[in-house]
Design a protein around this ligand. Structure first.
Ligand code: S3P
Length: 431
């Protein structure tokens, strides 16, 4: 029997302050670069979600010492050249970031290893990464389908390439840059549209030099990384669920503290402002090359808008919950250029539309997005998570504005990126 969680609040109002868990993208990269580096790396504010724990587990199997107490992590590595060949398969679980970045890292490492993933990750495309890595000389083999995990990486000498990205994906960019770090010569990656730049910032933090000119990033191979201290800000993609909740639940006002404000991730704030949400942003601070600050969101009357183009990679993970918000906005919200949503943890275009329609939303899908007409009053229903954390959280947030309860099937996937989500939801909605 599958598990179910019910979200039902009598006239909720969200008030108070919230510090969301650490940024998933930055947490992964801190463990990865700390393991490539020689020496000790301390990470505070680490996301103890399942995806990032999969990353830690992989490096332990490669002989890196990693200790964790809650959100404090210490990585003590002999450096990539001293990694050991693992005796077991490396399991990326549900994590696309772990799988894709690791393919890049392992390609130029001294070890041979096989990597697998869960039933969802095993259906997500890997050729977008193994393609460019192959051009660098990577030796990656598969027993069955070469676009999917499991894949075996036979670490080898790599040569630099100049790579023109055919997709807007930070995972692909990062995999090529991390392979480039170990390749002979200078590797360049040119993006179509700028995607999150945490890898570039963190490589700098660990002592590597990169140059950037327009949308081209260059890295010289053979640079050595040294352990350092990393402070992980709150994940704006997790905060986004409660930002949307505060914006659409009457009388709400929530302050998000120490939330990451890297400009390649703040598309959600631009959209909220453009939809008419009252929003205050505090003086930002910086640490580990990343910015963070406080954002206050107040309940507001919402207008529809068009979301597309260069904005998309800056809010790609926020689109499910933004689609929910759009059901409450006046007019027609059109989301375009978001075809990448079709290859996320699930096909998020079809899944979002199917689930929101069960609540009464007026929503149409297009090959690269959605068209949502609002405002529409929503009713309760039983919604599927599809094993996708962001679908599960979207369903729970919907439950704050539906006339009846929302039952979520298979909510446990939410622990992939936000283990204490339901605790934070009930604290805010009852507070
Ligand atoms: C991520 C990049 C994004 C995002 C994912 C995390 C990363 O994927 O959707 O949740 O940490 O690099 P793509 O870069 O493939 O779009």
């Amino acid at each position: 029997m599958s598990e179910q969680k019910t979200v039902s609040f009598e006239r909720p109002v969200l008030r108070g302050t919230l510090q969301v868990p650490g940024d998933k993208s930055i947490s992964h990269r801190a463990v990865m670069l700390g393991s490539i580096a020689t020496g000790k790396t301390t990470i505070s504010g680490f996301l103890d979600g399942e995806d990032c724990l999969s990353t830690i587990d992989m490096f332990r199997k490669l002989g890196v010492s990693i200790t964790r107490e809650g959100t404090d992590v210490v990585v003590d590595s002999p450096g990539i050249s001293a990694w050991q060949t693992p005796t077991e398969t490396l399991d990326a679980g549900n994590s696309g970031t772990t799988a894709r970045l690791m393919l890049g890292i392992l390609s130029g490492s001294p070890v041979t290893s096989t990597m697998c993933g869960d039933q969802y990750l095993s259906k997500r495309p890997m050729k977008r990464v193994t393609g460019p890595l192959g051009l660098m000389g990577a030796n990656i083999t598969s027993d069955e389908h070469d676009d999917y995990l499991p894949l075996t990486v036979h670490g080898t000498k790599l040569a630099a390439i100049d790579y023109q990205m055919p997709v807007a994906s930070a995972q692909v960019k990062s995999a090529v840059l991390l392979a480039g770090l170990q390749a002979e010569g200078e590797t360049s990656v040119t993006e179509m549209v700028v995607s999150r730049d945490h890898t570039e910032r963190m490589l700098n933090q660990f002592g590597a030099e990169l140059t950037q000119e327009g949308k081209t990033i260059r890295i010289q191979g053979g640079q050595q990384l040294s352990g350092t201290d990393v402070v992980v800000p709150g994940d704006i993609s997790s905060a986004a669920f409660f930002m949307v909740a505060a914006a659409m639940v009457e009388d709400s006002e929530v302050s998000f503290e120490k939330v990451g404000l890297n400009p390649t991730r703040t598309g959600i704030l631009d959209v909220l402002k453009a939809m008419g949400v009252r929003l205050e942003q505090s003086q930002e601070q910086g640490f580990s090359g990343e910015r963070y600050g406080t954002v206050k969101i107040m309940y507001s009357k919402l207008n529809a808008m068009e979301i597309g183009g260069e904005l998309i990679p800056r809010l790609i993970d926020e689109l499910p919950v933004l689609a929910l918000l759009a059901t409450q906005a006046k007019g027609r919200t059109i989301i375009t250029d978001a075809e990448e949503l079709r290859v996320k943890e699930t096909d998020r275009i079809e899944a979002v539309a199917t689930e929101l329609r069960k609540l009464g939303a007026d929503i149409e899908t297009t090959p690269d997005g959605m068209i949502i007409n609002g405002p529409t009053p929503l009713t309760g229903a039983t919604l599927q998570s599809y094993g996708d954390h962001r679908l599960g959280m979207m369903a729970a947030i919907a439950g704050l504005i539906t006339s009846g309860p929302v039952h979520i099937e298979n909510p446990s996937c939410i622990a992939i990126s936000y283990p204490q989500f339901f605790e934070d939801l009930s604290n805010l909605a009852n507070g």
